[in-house]
Design a protein around this ligand. Structure first.
Ligand SMILES: *Cc1c(COP(=O)(O)O)cnc(C)c1O
Length: 403
């Protein structure tokens, strides 16, 4: 048995089966490369689901986390510390408008904070929420209730919340659904878990306008899109539209668990003392990591390179002529390779065989979300290998069909 198989056997014996058995066991990483339990090396093009924004072992992240751990790892919220203040200051500065921050430990917790916040702001008169079909907001009960994926949502209802789902990007459907009885509208600028699906241009402006007209809160989930992934600090900056509440996580901590719920304008002061809390939220080590991420994105000029390399990645994929390839969509270093058949699992497996980690996000889309520090050479290494990966996946699919 290989070292990976041995670990998988132990994993299966003691971890719940909710993830299935992951095919690769990772041991260490450096830059955009990771190494598995059997010594195989991979180019990491998924970055732990758009999280490891600085890649692996980045000196700035290592320094920030180790120094902060040595100095003071935890305070709880009975005591304040400078890192959480600095981080909130940085986030407000990047948003460029008056705002206040609540720090949590994950994306779903950021959305839970947002759910409580908008309910508190609306009071009990408003009765329902609007969210989007195929949208994803997390796995805890509140964030799952506003998640538009029946396969993961339905087994866990009822949720005790009236949530109405409208197609993502459809301003007319949203206008129809949102009245002065609506608490809040939850949307993603680009639906990551649906297969990196951007909304049509002008959609966020329409959401803003509909929320202004009805008094519903506009909650923008930038948990996957935020902190440089699209070539801007936040995806909404491409449209010049501000939400009422912004949620962040994933890339913010560069691999350390952290989330943030940001209330803009009057939504910054909805929570009164005692209304919400988290023992770990705003933890000094996670906050130090987030500060290192933001500082490194600035110092290394990563927003520009994300835009440039994202366009290179998309152009190189689009130039490939293969019957399995339907197209490529997305923005920045966040792309969905669209397939003509539901064989993304084969593509993911064949890519791993060839030394590339990608993600079969839906049956016919392969998601690419590499570290923001990826180089031109590394991108070309992947796109150069992609035709052979697709050919191998096509052979696997043919074999499936024969069985
Ligand atoms: C990943 C994700 C979440 C949930 O974040 P967790 O940290 O896994 O709880 C919520 N919304 C979006 C858009 C996400 O991509």
């Amino acid at each position: 048995m290989s070292a990976t198989e041995q670990l998988q056997k132990r994993f299966d014996a003691v971890l719940m089966p909710n993830y299935g058995t992951p095919p690769v066991a990772l041991v260490r990483g450096e830059g955009c490369r990771v190494v598995d339990a059997d010594g195989r090396s991979y180019l990491d093009l998924i970055a732990g689901i758009a999280v490891s924004s600085l890649g692996h072992g980045h000196p700035a992240l290592v320094k920030a986390v180790s120094e902060q751990t040595a100095r003071l790892a935890h305070t709880s919220n009975l005591f304040l510390h400078e890192r959480e203040v600095e981080l909130a200051e940085k986030l407000v500065e990047k948003i460029g408008a008056p705002a206040r921050v609540f720090l949590a430990n994950s994306g779903t917790e950021a959305n839970e904070a947002a759910l409580k916040l908008v309910r508190r702001a609306a009071g009990p008169e408003r009765t329902y929420y609007v969210s989007t079909v195929a949208g994803f907001h997390g796995r805890t009960s509140g964030s799952l209730a506003i998640t538009g994926k029946p396969a993961i949502r339905d087994p866990f209802g009822p949720f005790g919340m009236d949530v109405r789902f409208v197609p993502h990007g459809d301003a007319a459907a949203l206008r129809e659904a949102v009245t002065d009885q609506c608490v809040a509208v939850f949307v993603e600028p680009v639906q990551g878990e649906a297969g990196v699906v951007p909304a049509a241009e002008g959609y966020l402006a329409a959401v803003r306008e509909i929320c202004d007209a009805t008094g519903a809160a506009f909650v923008l989930d930038e948990i996957q899109s935020g902190i440089g992934r699209t070539g801007r600090w936040f995806a909404h900056q491409a449209e010049g539209v501000l939400p009422d509440v912004l949620t962040l996580a994933k890339g913010l901590g560069g691999g350390l668990p952290i989330g943030a719920c940001v209330g803009l304008g009057r939504y910054g002061t909805v929570f009164a003392k005692g209304d919400h809390g988290s023992t770990f939220g705003g933890n000094p080590v996670a906050a130090a990591a987030a500060l290192a991420v933001i500082d490194t994105i600035e110092r290394e000029g990563l927003l520009d390179s994300v835009t440039e390399l994202g366009e290179l990645l998309a152009a190189e994929i689009a130039a490939i002529d293969h019957p399995l390839l339907a197209g490529v969509r997305g923005v920045g270093l966040w792309r969905g390779i669209q397939l003509t058949a539901p064989v993304s699992g084969h593509v993911q497996a064949r890519a791993a065989d060839a030394g590339f980690l990608v993600n079969a996000v839906t049956p016919d889309v392969v998601r690419i979300a590499p570290p923001l520090v990826i180089t031109r050479e590394e991108i070309l290494e992947f796109t150069g290998a992609l035709p052979d990966v697709l050919a191998a996946a096509a052979r696997d699919a043919e074999e499936d069909a024969r069985r």
